[in-house]
Design a protein around this ligand. Structure first.
Ligand code: NAP
Length: 317
């Protein structure tokens, strides 16, 4: 039987590429000398796409008249226009659950690093200041007694909450609606959540609905003790407003794993002393990335073997 033709948009993990090569005829867009010419030639044959961080919209879909499925690497899929996919009758899958614990662990690590300035303290040691100047200055913030406001109490948000409870933090949350069976106090607006907490954990998806949801008003409501952690998507925070709030002392500090224009990190944030910055490493362990890659493969295989995906995005269900 002829193997289905699929397109890969970027290099993927070896474990993924090996399995895709075995099951499919794989066309590698990133390896093409002339991507447009390649797409013109193979586009009509392509029935599936193994997607990593490429935008999918009407114009992109038009190049693949026989496309059946986009299997996207990652749980967030704000780069995929699901309305356009529904119109084109293209299934979209993502990789939820397998990364939840890893990302929650990273979020907690980033929160503690930020509150206690651990990255800065390590730099102090590595620069020889411990021997030359003495101990690192006392952190003016502490985790103890903080209230964690979670913006996006989904799979990862709940895993963060569970961990934070064991640290003795009080928890509250905001989302589009109050969740049945969840005892944490619910706030119907982000400003209300920010007023009620001093540590705002952003773990909501990107996209038009959440674009710049964390703005100057929310930061002002968080107040001078306030710390913002973003493990969700860069677009959810207005970065210029965040830099203003940090520079003026409107809030205390920030820990960011995601940015508006990755991989660029704003100079203003880089210069600030109470800011911890990570290069989007939330899920970035070998084991977790392999599990995510495996789900990309398994969704494609399941689709072509049974006509059903394993983990369709909610819009497809
Ligand atoms: P999830 O289970 O779908 O949870 C998302 C939560 O956000 C839900 O509780 C939802 O609550 C809330 N939400 C969605 N749209 C909203 C809106 N317009 N306004 C307010 N709240 C909204 O997703 P997840 O698996 O926890 O992943 C969450 C996000 O984390 C992903 O989308 C991705 O962007 C990010 N992520 C980042 C990394 C990293 O490396 N830093 C890794 C993995 C994931 P309601 O439905 O009640 O509104």
């Amino acid at each position: 039987m002829q193997k289905p033709d699929i397109l890969m948009t970027k290099p993927m993990l070896p474990v993924v590429e090996e399995q895709l090569d075995e099951a499919f005829t794989v066309h590698r867009l990133h390896a093409a000398e002339d991507p447009d010419a390649m797409l013109a030639e193979v586009g009509p044959k392509v029935r599936g796409i193994a997607l990593s961080w490429a935008e999918v919209n009407d114009a992109f879909l038009a190049k693949f008249p026989n496309l059946e499925i986009v299997s996207s690497f990652g749980v967030g899929y704000d780069h995929v226009d699901t309305d356009a996919c529904l119109r084109a009758k293209v299934m979209v899958t993502h990789t939820p659950d397998v990364l939840t614990d890893e990302v929650a662990d990273t979020a907690i690590g980033l929160m503690i690093m930020t509150v206690r300035e651990l990255g800065q303290a390590e730099t102090w040691l590595r620069d020889g200041n411990w021997t030359k100047k003495g101990g690192y200055p006392l952190s003016q913030a502490t985790l103890q007694g903080r209230t964690l406001g979670i913006f996006g109490l989904g799979r990862i948000g709940k895993a963060i909450a569970k961990r934070a409870e064991s640290f003795g933090l009080k928890i509250a949350y905001y989302g589009r609606s109050q969740q049945a069976g969840v005892d944490y106090p619910y706030h119907a607006s982000l400003v209300s959540l920010a007023e009620a907490c001093d540590t705002l954990m952003v773990v909501a998806p990107g996209g038009a609905e959440t674009q710049h949801a964390v703005n100057a008003e929310v930061l002002s409501a968080l107040g001078p003790n306030g710390i913002v952690i973003n493990i969700g998507r860069g677009s959810v925070i207005d970065e210029a407003a965040l830099a203003d709030a940090l520079e003026s002392g409107t809030i205390y500090g920030a820990g960011l794993d995601v940015f508006e224009q990755e991989p660029c990190t704003p100079e203003r944030l880089m210069k600030l002393p109470r800011v911890t910055l990570l290069p989007h490493v939330g899920s970035a362990s070998q084991a977790t990335r392999n599990a995510m890659g495996q789900l990309v493969v398994d969704n494609l295989k399941s689709w072509f073997e049974t006509g059903k995906p394993l983990t369709a995005v909610p819009e497809m269900k």
